[in-house]
Design a protein around this ligand. Structure first.
Ligand code: AQP
Length: 345
């Protein structure tokens, strides 16, 4: 049996989407709509692995959906929905909790970073997060997963889980006619966005993140032109002028990050940006960066505001996407349950 190519990816409604989400994943998502069947999820089950205020969560789910559409995802071509409306994610995640090994999860760096020093107080969900992510992808037998660099390790785990499931249940899988024993595909990470790791504007060694307590650390897709310009103007830099060669960015994380952001937004290489601004002070470069950022992100922010003014329409998009997602996942889950040995009536 041949697997059809299918794309799955998601973002957490843990706050407003930011430039890192956009350049690391979203730009690639939009591109893949042209060539693949795409399923894009607002992963609300993932969001509650850390505390979320229920009222704010509802708003955030709608806002992330609006950001998907405003950025260029087409709800007619692609499937857009929120994860909790499709029970297959949670069902398959439980099965994967029983396939994945503790040792595998113990190696996950994101859990260590997010749990911090007080590991004992972290939720069980935060620990099992990668198993749910594997379920998100494999409930649709998705073959391609466009993500930022930080998700590479989780994708490797999803591949290990798929492989172990296929091995553990080889006889049952082959009895179903999957002669190669591959019920689940090995999902391919697609880490090819224009900037696969955008760093904080306040610290060039830390990832730009929704959960950073400082709003100055990130550019939100909802920021207006003045806010974008102010955040870029306040972005941390070092005292040297910009280097004249790309190699000169190596030990300068903040300069490297800002040049990388400019390059990604303007559709240029870092080398070309260094050639243009090399030797200049940051002040002039920051003005130019603010201009490209506002030009690219301004219309997205306006569209998010327009769309969020009509929550009922967003809920309709999510209901339609959920129904289409359920229709794909249902026969796959029927087979999974049969393979595992459950009785279905
Ligand atoms: N800084 C980043 N640079 C490049 N890509 C990034 N992504 C996130 N941050 C960057 C990519 O965006 C997608 C969605 O991420 P997510 O919402 O699932 O959560 P995350 O990776 O944990 O992102 P945040 O912003 O740091 O969220 P919080 O603070 O809630 O944990 C993924 O493809 C991710 O790689």
């Amino acid at each position: 049996m041949k697997l059809t190519e299918r794309v799955f990816s998601g973002m957490q409604p843990t706050g407003s989407l930011h430039l890192g989400n956009y350049l690391g994943a979203m730009v690639q998502w939009i591109e893949m709509q042209k060539t693949h069947e795409c399923i894009y999820c607002v992963v609300d089950l993932h969001a509650i692995t850390v505390w979320q205020d229920p009222k704010e969560l509802k708003q955030a789910i709608r806002q992330v959906t609006a950001a998907y559409i405003a950025s260029g995802l087409d709800p007619k071509t692609s499937i857009l929905f929120n994860q909790s409306q499709v029970a297959a994610h949670a069902e398959l995640a439980w099965i994967f909790n029983c396939v994945a090994r503790l040792g595998w999860l113990n190696r996950m760096t994101q859990f260590k970073e997010k749990a911090g020093k007080d590991r004992e107080a972290a939720s069980v969900g935060l620990y099992a997060y990668p198993n749910l992510m594997a379920a998100d992808i494999l409930a649709y037998r998705a073959t391609h997963v466009p993500v930022g660099e930080d998700q590479k390790q989780h994708l490797e785990l999803a591949r290990d889980i798929a492989q172990k499931f296929n091995n553990d249940f080889r006889a049952e899988i082959e009895a179903k006619g999957y002669n190669d024993g591959a019920f689940f595909p090995q999902p391919e990470p697609v880490i090819t966005g224009p900037a696969t790791r955008v760093m904080s504007l306040r610290d060039g060694t830390k990832k730009m993140s929704k959960s950073d307590p400082s709003d100055l650390s990130r550019i939100n897709l909802t920021d207006d032109a003045d806010t974008i310009a102010r955040k870029i103007q306040k972005a941390k830099t070092d005292p040297e002028p910009l280097p004249t060669e790309e190699a000169g960015l190596a030990a300068r994380p903040e300069a490297d990050n800002l040049i990388g952001i400019y390059a990604a937004l303007a559709g240029k290489t870092k080398a070309a940006v260094v050639a243009e601004f090399g030797g200049q002070q940051f002040s002039g470069f920051k003005k130019a960066l603010a201009e490209v950022a506002v030009q690219r992100l301004g219309p997205i922010g306006d569209e998010i505001r327009r769309l969020t003014a009509d929550p009922a329409e967003i809920d309709r998009v999510l209901a339609d996407g959920s129904a289409r997602a359920r229709a794909i996942a249902a026969p796959i889950m029927d087979e999974v349950k049969d393979i595992v040995g459950f009785i279905r009536s």
